[in-house]
Every structure is written in C-alpha cells, then in structure tokens.
Design a protein around this ligand. Structure first.
Ligand SMILES: [Mg+2]
Length: 377
C-alpha cells in the first residue's frame, strides 16, 4: 500500500449566531480535513485543529508531498519523518496540527487495511460506548446568560447527558454566580466542569476555585496561561478541585514538563493538534508515570471526534482499580454548520454516550461533494 495523493480541504461554515469564550468571539467555524488516497484507491481521513487555511497550506505545499509513495501503515516512521522535516520551524501549533491530520489519516488506512475498527487495532477490547460530557454554555447573544443557559441545561438533561462543561472567564464574581446558576439548572448529580481558557492570573483562578469548591466541580480547565505550567501547579496546590489542561500543548516533548512538575490532574491533548494518534499514545503513556489521567480534548468534525473516541477507548486506566471512575469524553454541542452535514451517517450518540463505530478504520464516511458549500479557498 502506497500513498498516491494527499488533499487538504479547508472548511468554513457561517454561524447563525456568534458565540464567544474568554479569548474571542466566533462567527464562523473552521476545520481542515486531509484525504490521503492510496495507489489502490483507498481513502483515509484526518483532521487538523486551528486555522484551516494555514494548516491546509502546510499539508498541501509542504508535508503532504513528503508522504507520496510511502506506506501509510508505517505510522511511526512516517511520523518521525514528518517531524524531523519540520522540527526546525515549529515544534507545536499549526505545524503539529498538520502532522496530526496526516497521522490520523494514516491510522484510518492502517485500520481499514487490517479490516478492523481503529480502537480494536489500538489494542482495546470490544467496547460499546463511552460516556460523554456536554461542551457548551458559551458566552454571547443579547439574552441574559442565565436565561439561555437554563434552556441549554434542559437540552443537556433531556438528551441524557450526565456530565457537562461550562465556560468561565468573565471575572471571578460573575463566574461564581454563573457556576452556581448552572449547578442549580443541572442538579447535583451531573458532573460539572468549568473552563477558563487561560483567562486568569493564578491569584484570581485560586479565588474562583475557592468560591465554587462547594459546588462539586469535576475539574477546572485551563485556569491560567498554557505558557506557564508552574502557574497550574500554584493553582492546583491551593484547591481541592482537580486541574485540567493541555489542549494548547503538543508532543511528548511538550507534555513532559507538565507531567514532571505534576501540574495537572487531567491532561487533555487534542489528537488533531498534539501530533495525532501516534504521539497521543506516547503522551498518555508518559502521563501514566505520574498518575495523570489523559482525556482527549475534541473540537471540530466527526473525523476529529472519532479519532478521539477510538484513541480513548484503547487507553487503559492507570492506576488500575476494581471500581474505576467512568471514562468521560468531550462532546462539543455548540453550533457547527458542517459537523453532521459532511458525513453519511453521524456517529451514534445516545443518552449522553458515544457508540464506537464498528466499521473498519475511523468508521466515518464523508458524503461525496459534501465540502462544496463549505470550502474556504
Ligand atoms: Mg478547553
């Protein structure tokens, strides 16, 4: 099996209503998907996180051509070759997102060739489904947030979710009010996490953590700058709420410092940004040395979501226990015009659980000509 062609597809979809988080506002959604076609006509798909036209240029003009003629199943050597060729220019960020997309596409092909769903190739036992948490409760809109979020909480519960994540970052006092409100809307049984997207200095993050500690917060995600792992440690040492982060980090080399410092309770590499599945496995193994639980960040299309699901299904619990805490994977519920529109069949999501696809590879089929309304260039 040899790679004949690599295509990079930058997608852009207009939102009906902008939404925002602590850093900026969205009015479009972007994703970059790669299609790797082999000489015998098989197709593997991958996805990159981040600005789509930028990662598309990296794949289209630089990294993609390097894969032509290579065996896509040789994921380790392909990854090392791509990383070695780009190391001098970017060890994380968009360069690693582009490598991630290519790596995921190679794994898709490798599992298709083996005739097995990817998670089984990655060493998982037969698994039916994994519990998801609802990612939503974003800012924006003219309506008071409490009113909109009350409706959103009702949707979340009606769809059977037992875990959710909300945004914070509007200032400590306002955040504390909103977290209490959402806790009230969801009830005490639902696992509720908060995500500041690195809006705070350590002192403010610690203050917010203290104010919401009594509300049973599952984790506090990205309380402070991802450029400063020591600041995470500072926050972590001052609160009983578990600390999460890592969606801005990439590769085992990047995560090693976080793990060595014991700066995180939950590490959240994004498979579409951290270096793909090949590197995600190494990050998770490294995390297991210091008792960090790795739970992937996921944002984007069904390709990225499926990659996260297959990867996570195959990660063993560490440390092991007779009564492990349920795995919990991210499920973005914000508006995305193309998320379902580009695929033939959405992944089965029922009662807040995602069901592993049982067809070979990633198990996500893209509709022919699906991209036409969304092509960004
Ligand atoms: Mg986040």
């Amino acid at each position: 099996m040899r790679v004949r062609k690599v295509d990079a597809c930058a997608l852009r979809g207009q939102l009906s209503q902008p939404f925002s988080f602590s850093q900026f506002s969205y009015d479009v959604r972007e994703a970059m998907l790669v299609r790797v076609t082999t000489e015998d006509g098989r197709v593997g798909w991958g996805e990159a996180y981040g600005p789509a036209v930028v990662t598309a240029a990296i794949v289209g003009d630089f990294l993609g051509p390097l894969l032509i003629g290579r065996d896509p199943r040789a994921v380790e050597s392909n990854w090392e070759m791509l990383y070695a060729r780009s190391l001098d220019y970017g060890q994380k960020g968009v360069m690693l997102a582009a490598i991630s997309a290519l790596d995921i596409a190679c794994w898709d092909l490798k599992a298709q060739d083996a005739g097995t769903p990817l998670y089984r190739l990655l060493g998982a036992p037969p698994v039916e489904s994994i519990q998801c948490y609802w990612t939503g409760f974003y800012f924006g809109g003219d309506e008071p947030l409490e009113r909109r979020w009350e409706r959103e909480a009702r949707d979340c519960l009606e769809q059977g979710f037992q875990a959710a994540k909300m945004k914070v970052g509007l200032g400590v006092a306002r955040d504390a009010e909103l977290v209490a409100a959402v806790r009230g809307f969801l009830g005490s049984e639902v696992k509720l996490s908060i995500d500041a997207n690195h809006a705070y200095m350590p002192t403010d993050a610690i203050e917010l953590a203290r104010r919401v500690e009594g509300l049973g917060i599952h984790w506090f995600e990205e309380p402070v700058s991802p450029l400063d792992p020591e600041a995470y440690l500072q926050v972590k040492s001052q609160t009983s709420i578990p600390i999460a982060g890592g969606e801005c980090e990439a590769t085992r080399f990047g995560f090693e410092r976080w793990f060595r410092l014991r700066a995180l309770d939950y590490a959240q590499p994004d498979l579409c940004a951290c270096g793909g599945i090949t590197e995600g496995i190494k990050i998770a193994t490294l995390g297991s040395l210091t008792g960090v639980h790795v739970t992937p960040h996921a944002w984007g299309t069904a390709i990225g979501q499926a990659a996260a699901l297959h990867f996570y299904a195959a990660r063993p619990r560490h440390p092991s226990t007779l009564v492990p805490e349920s795995k919990l994977i991210e499920c973005d519920r914000t508006e995305n015009p193309y998320r379902e529109d580009i695929i033939e069949q959405p992944m089965r999501l029922e009662n807040g659980r995602w069901y592993l696809p049982d067809s070979p590879g990633l198990g996500v089929r893209i509709r022919p000509k699906a991209f036409e309304p969304y092509l960004a260039d």
